[in-house]
Ligand binder design. Structure first.
Ligand SMILES: Cc1cc2nc3c(=O)[nH]c(=O)nc-3n(C[C@H](O)[C@H](O)[C@H](O)COP(=O)(O)OP(=O)(O)OC[C@H]3O[C@@H](n4cnc5c(N)ncnc54)[C@H](O)[C@@H]3O)c2cc1C
Length: 385
């Protein structure tokens, strides 16, 4: 039997724990999932997210590999969702990019960028008449739009709930409210130190998969295989330390606007910010998201609230009558190059840096992690032989 700890039950942790648990009969995995939060996942970036699966919409902020991973993941999501008993909203009805007349320069810039860099993917230019047919309530405010027919969207909070119920049903050992304080790499395996009900405890695992998102920045990872400096900390050269992980603050609002009827994600191109409106069904909309280089996780600022709400109102005046149901702030985990990474060092695998693309690329990341676990198993069998 191979004892595996998955640390962090946000987006990646839930997906990985379930997937490895399902391979227990074949590979003998015994999975334990840790999280400092309760099972709601309200402390995760995954809970705060908008659930956009829009590779071309994100292309101005990301490298081409993220766009490709996004399109690949769009093909993989349906099978993942079909393997869960509970329904999760998923649609691939395209997304629309609009700009106000005074910002037409931004619209043309994005259009030219997509034509030059992603000619293989369909992008349709719509005039007001065509836009009125596709999204009647948006067509009133804009003369032109770009329609990206292959973009999608997922119910991120519903997915967290569906994964929770599936993990419970399939009896995965889930230690919620267990705050992992440190991961210590031993000569063989890893020792976790965690806090539960004010008590510090330890447990050993053959393999630890660290999915703590921005939480991985705060706690220690110590490796027996690397030299320690005078203060007793492991060497800064230890590759298992995520020294270049940073937080990118994101804020969004949940609005209830039963008189607004928008059926697909709308992105507003604007010189200062990229706003999107994601319909969540039954009159709910998410309006987001700010992007601020900060570790501050305090509630939304007045400036952000004004920017998000005025931009939403400029897309559809019906938002003036919307109720503000929630304002959310969370930290996106990002590396300096904004690339997601699966880092393997001995008996520790770290998945991090999913930045603003977690849902967009999660299925491909999951495949990469499963591949890393298979390689790790092969390596550890070879070491025993
Ligand atoms: C405002 C906002 C909007 C976003 N919108 C989108 C979007 O539309 N589309 C998209 O693709 N992505 C979006 N994202 C990004 C996406 O949410 C993240 O990339 C993704 O959630 C990262 O997944 P993760 O599993 O690495 O981390 P998380 O989902 O943050 O999960 C980390 C988990 O680790 C736990 N944890 C942390 N520290 C510890 C510890 N010491 N011990 C135990 N447990 C711990 C946390 O409680 C949490 O449950 C958005 C993010 C934000 C903030």
């Amino acid at each position: 039997m191979t004892c595996i700890a998955v640390v962090g039950a946000g987006l990646m942790g839930r997906l990985i724990a379930l997937s490895l648990h399902r391979e227990r009969a074949k590979h003998g995995y015994q999975v334990t999932l840790f999280d400092k939060d309760d099972k709601s996942g309200h402390q995760s970036a995954a809970y705060a997210a908008a659930g956009l699966l829009t590779p071309l919409g994100e292309s101005m902020h990301s490298e081409a590999n993220i766009v490709e991973m996004g399109f690949e993941s769009l093909k993989l999501w349906p099978a993942i969702l079909a393997s869960l008993d509970e329904y999760t909203f998923f649609q691939q009805e395209g997304a629309i990019m609009v700009s106000h007349e005074q910002d037409k320069g931004d619209y043309l810039r994005v259009k030219r960028y997509l034509e030059k860099h992603y000619p293989q993917y369909p992008v349709q230019q719509l005039n007001r008449q065509q836009l009125l047919q596709l999204e009647p309530e948006i067509g009133r405010s804009f003369n032109q739009a770009l329609y990206l027919p292959e973009e999608g969207q997922i119910g991120n909070r519903k997915l967290l709930i569906a994964l929770r119920h599936q993990l419970e049903k399939e009896q995965v050992n889930w230690l919620s409210q267990h705050h992992v304080l440190s991961i210590n790499q031993q000569t063989k395996g890893c020792q976790l130190t965690y806090q539960f009900q004010d008590k510090s405890q330890q447990a050993n695992f053959d393999l630890v998969i660290d999915c703590r998102g921005i939480g991985a920045k705060k706690s220690a990872i110590n490796s027996a295989n690397f030299s320690t400096n005078i203060s007793g900390n492991s060497s800064v050269n230890d590759p298992s330390k995520l020294v270049d992980l940073r937080a990118v603050r994101g804020e969004l609002m949940q609005l209830y606007a039963p008189d607004v009827h928008i059926t697909r994600p709308i992105r507003l191109m604007h010189p200062r910010y990229q706003l999107y409106i994601a319909p969540k069904g039954k009159g709910f909309y998410v309006v987001g998201a700010t992007e601020i280089e900060s570790e501050d996780n305090s509630p939304m600022t007045v400036r952000s609230a004004m920017e998000l709400l005025s931009a939403a109102y400029s897309v559809h005046p019906g938002f003036a009558e919307a109720n503000i149901r929630q304002h959310v702030c969370q930290l996106r985990p990002a590396f300096n190059d904004n690339q997601p990474k699966v880092k393997v060092s001995n008996d520790l695998i770290q998945i991090n840096g999913l930045y603003r693309h977690g849902f967009l690329i999660a299925p491909v990341m999951l495949e990469q992690v499963k591949q890393s676990v298979r390689q790790w198993v092969k390596g550890s069998i070879a070491a025993v032989c």
